[in-house]
Design a protein around this ligand. Structure first.
Ligand SMILES: C[S@@+](CC[C@H](N)C(=O)[O-])C[C@H]1O[C@@H](n2cnc3c(N)ncnc32)[C@H](O)[C@@H]1O
Length: 306
């Protein structure tokens, strides 16, 4: 059974106050923590493999992950490539959980990574310390985003890549779905499309090297049921009593059902930025294959707009 640390007691206090109304649901972050979901980037381990290949990450590559949360992406990168990885997150509980997980791994993997509490806008690393930076979803939460990108440029080697994985809306969700999402998350999610996210996530000082878009699949009801049953099984949630487990399971099912409806509208981007040197003027490409994003002339995917 995954260990959940000392926070569980406080969560259970909260849970014991609940009745059967939806108003009494646990806050979403507490629910995540109790269920022990690993907080994966969209596409999960296949996206991590895609990042490793796209960025050419190998055994000699020093990776920095921003917003590492429970450490899934860094761990997968080390497992896949044998690279070294440092994950940072502002959430001390998430970092403690990552470090606990790291220490439980075989030395050949666990010794190649570390997790630290740090803010992306003020990184505790020397200049040119890393070959690549990987960021899944965290940039959207970072308040001082401009300062964070300056820090990425500082700690990254010249011409190093930053990989940003981020959800976007392929089509706008209706108001009812937006309301349901806000209810289960406890905060509103901006319904932004890919162009709007690029304005935010690809600052002008960085070369937009590549952009890949993927859709998210909507899973069948029986898959959703099985996923909830797996994460809320007595084996995984054996530390809470049967009635509490039933409540957690019901809430998790409601959350996952809303997410699944939302997935019909969502896609995710794998954005690759390159750390330009001051004074660099990258010459635009003229000869491109269809399906590649042209950031210079068309600001669109070549040959895919008709
Ligand atoms: C959506 S999670 C990312 C999870 C996972 N890395 C992924 O690939 O989806 C966002 C994470 O960013 C962290 N975060 C938010 N602001 C941050 C900041 N200023 N510096 C570092 N991490 C931050 C949050 O604590 C959270 O763990």
């Amino acid at each position: 059974m995954p260990s959940r640390g000392n926070g569980v007691t406080a969560l259970l206090d909260n849970l014991s106050l609940r009745d059967d109304t939806r108003e009494a649901d646990l806050p979403y972050v507490d629910l995540l923590s109790l269920v022990g979901e690993t907080n994966r980037c969209p596409g999960g381990k296949r996206t991590v493999l895609s990042i490793a290949r796209r960025l050419g990450i190998g055994r000699d590559t020093k990776v920095l992950e921003i917003g590492s949360n429970t450490g899934f992406t860094s761990t997968e990168l080390v497992k896949i490539t044998g690279c070294t990885a440092v994950g940072v997150d502002v959430n001390p509980a998430a970092v403690a959980q990552s470090e606990m997980m790291r220490k439980s791994l075989v030395d050949s993997i666990g010794d190649r990574m570390r997790f630290h509490v740090a803010d992306a806008a003020s990184l505790p690393f020397e200049d040119d310390s890393f070959d690549v930076i990987v960021c899944g979803g965290a940039n959207t939460f970072i308040q001082e985003r401009e300062a964070a990108f300056q820090e990425y440029a500082r700690v990254l080697r010249p011409y190093g890549f930053v990989s940003v994985t981020n959800l976007y809306y392929r089509r706008r969700p209706d108001q009812a779905l937006q309301d349901d999402l806000r209810d289960v998350l406890g905060f509103s999610v901006p319904a932004l499309g890919v162009e709007e996210w690029l304005e935010i996530l690809a600052p002008a000082a960085w070369e937009m090297y590549d952009l890949k878009l993927s859709e998210l699949a909507v899973r069948a009801d029986h898959v959703l049921d099985a996923y909830v049953a797996e994460l809320c099984s007595p084996e995984r949630l054996g530390h809470i009593d049967e009635e509490q487990r039933r409540q957690v399971s019901a809430q998790w099912h409601r959350v996952m059902s809303v997410f699944n409806r939302n997935n019909a509208h969502l896609g995710f981007m794998e954005l690759t930025l390159r750390n330009q040197e001051p004074g660099d003027e990258e010459q635009p490409e003229l000869f491109l294959m269809p399906g590649v994003y042209d950031p210079y002339f068309e600001k669109a995917f070549v040959g895919m707009n008709d």
